[in-house]
Design a protein around this ligand. Structure first.
Ligand code: PMP
Length: 401
């Protein structure tokens, strides 16, 4: 299979980094942007900006139309039933915090929120804090050796007191797809609400919200080849209606008096203040770009690169993979070598990978590690990037051991 990326030339950022001698292997943290996204961003900013949903003048109407077009594209891309089921936020973190505040009133002392041992802090800390505020039990589903949530244990731990399940679709450390269909069914059987953290999963393949049947799905534009500062929160109509408002200000209100107010329903009721108009419009271009790709070619390229990455890591003595990653990334540690030292030597050789706890400290502690190196792939990466990484890894390990 081909290790040449047909899309590399679409990414000025990757070409600029390459010209500087940098090999970018950190797309799980944030992805480079295709030219179409840069064009949309600059095109909007240069053609006369305006605020959305407020003004009747031409620039205001134009901005509102482009902004709302992204909402429709996002709804289509996720196969939501209606575009009103898409709320714009600042990112996955804000989407998950919105949910933690918005659903808090439904949770009674003694009830359970269930998460899993692989969660990023963004899908742990908001629930941990709600659990503290409301005197709830936070239940953590354990993982098996591969990094998958143990379904037998999940069936035992998700019970009649479970009011909400929040799990990530694809771990940012272990790179495994979780068995969402089974997990969501377990939660739904108990009448619990379901939240999926799609921050890592969203960019790989297409995810059909109606088929998946989750109540909420959170993701971030910047990992979808779009700009930073904007995220999506999908909510199934009936579930959105249960959300309590959480941020208050302009454009989220139907009627206001000094001592009371009536708020808009979703989505606008959850988009208080001026949104990231330019970023939302450019996210529309990222979704167009992603939708224009041939999905088979994408899947083959992702699989071929990932297989090459795993094979190269597994061939090296003392390199220990974390779990059994299936896609897009691999995290590893090296016996007798500190991950920060290794990351430093890789960086000196122009290799951009992530080191540390990856915002999943409890997972790392559970694995008995203070940190690990993570290599993550974007559509622009190719076989030569991996060769440069492995050659730098060999030189670094020679120095460190
Ligand atoms: N969940 C997971 C699994 C992630 O990998 C990340 C980003 N690293 C987040 C949530 C938070 O995303 P953001 O920083 O874009 O809000």
């Amino acid at each position: 299979m081909s290790l040449i990326s047909p899309w590399r030339a679409d990414f000025p950022g990757i070409l600029a980094l390459e010209a500087e001698g940098q090999t970018y292997l950190d797309s799980a943290a944030t992805a480079q942007k295709p030219q179409a996204v840069l064009d949309a961003l600059l095109g909007y900013l240069a053609s006369g900006v305006a605020n959305v949903h407020r003004a009747q003048h031409l620039p205001g109407e134009r901005a509102t139309r482009a902004f709302e077009a992204t909402r429709s594209k996002a709804a289509q891309w996720l196969n939501a039933a209606r575009s009103e089921e898409i709320i714009f936020t600042r990112g996955s973190t804000e989407s998950l915090n919105l949910l933690a505040y918005g659903l808090e009133h439904l949770l009674q002392p003694g009830e359970q929120i269930v998460i899993s041992a692989q969660e990023h802090h963004a899908n742990l800390l908001p629930w941990q804090q709600v659990a503290k505020r409301r005197n709830l039990e936070l239940v953590v589903l354990p993982l098996d050796n591969t990094g998958s949530i143990d379904l037998q244990q999940a069936a035992r731990l998700i019970g009649p007191r479970t009011r909400l399940l929040a799990v990530s679709q694809l771990s940012n450390v272990l790179g495994r797809w979780q068995a969402l269909t089974e997990l969501l069914t377990l939660a739904r059987t108990q009448g619990a609400l379901t939240v999926v953290d799609g921050a890592q999963g969203a960019v790989h393949g297409r995810h059909d919200m109606q088929a998946l049947g989750c109540d909420f799905y959170a993701c971030s534009s910047h990992k979808l080849y779009g700009p930073d500062g904007v995220g999506l929160l999908y909510g199934r109509g009936a579930a959105l209606a249960k959300l309590q408002h959480w941020q208050f200000g302009g454009e989220m209100v139907l009627d206001a008096d000094y001592h009371k107010a009536h708020f808009r329903p979703a989505p606008l009721g959850f988009e208080a203040g001026t949104p990231a108009v330019s970023a939302v419009i450019a996210l529309g271009a990222a979704l167009d770009w992603l939708s224009s790709l041939d999905h088979l070619t994408v899947a083959q390229h992702e699989a071929a690169l990932h297989a090459e990455l795993l094979a190269g890591l597994q061939r090296r003595d003392g390199v220990r993979l974390l779990g059994q990653p299936q896609l897009a990334l691999a995290s590893f540690c090296v016996d007798g070598v500190h991950n920060a030292d290794l990351a430093h030597l890789l960086s000196e050789q122009g290799i951009a990978v992530r080191a540390g706890h990856h915002c999943a400290m409890p997972l790392m502690k559970g694995l008995g590690l203070s940190g690990a190196i993570r290599v993550s792939l974007g559509l622009y990466n190719n076989g030569e990037d991996l060769q440069r990484f492995f050659s730098a890894l060999d030189s670094a390990l020679e120095l460190l051991r």
